[in-house]
Design a protein around this ligand. Sequence first.
Ligand code: FES
Length: 162
Amino acid sequence: MSQILPQDQIDAWQEKLADHQHPMELAVDVLRAIQHHHGWVPDEGVELAARLLGTTPLKVEELATFYDKIYRRPVGRRVIRLCDSICCWSRGGEDIAAYLQKKLGITLGETSSDGAFTLLPSCCLGACGEAPAMMIGLKLHGNLTVERIDQILAAEGGEARP
Ligand code: FES
């Protein structure tokens, strides 16, 4: 289980959760710690979180699949969440989606062959005034154009493909 989360972190979570009146309040934080270390949350991560939280894997799984920033499958080093809701769609979101897919060489839901980027559709990111918008990790990028996408991807670690 140490590959999922280092033993010192497991010990720290056990200590923290033992003192917590409602451990489930920290369930997402535990999942995020696992994801931060492992890159995503495999079944073993759900089982470890359940043991730490004193609950069932099913309850942890319900949370893990509810939160769209918890990944239950492997993802690239950076996850792009591209808004496909109405404001972005009406301001050129489809063209932006097409450009991103072409540039990364993947369709929505896939990871680039070099493992650099995963591209996911997302409902409204709360940046309708800056539509079209996307998030890379926790950073929001609005007023997207193809030129801005080129700049953003270059700044995020270079081209996805050699
Ligand atoms: S509709 Fe795209 S950010 Fe709201």
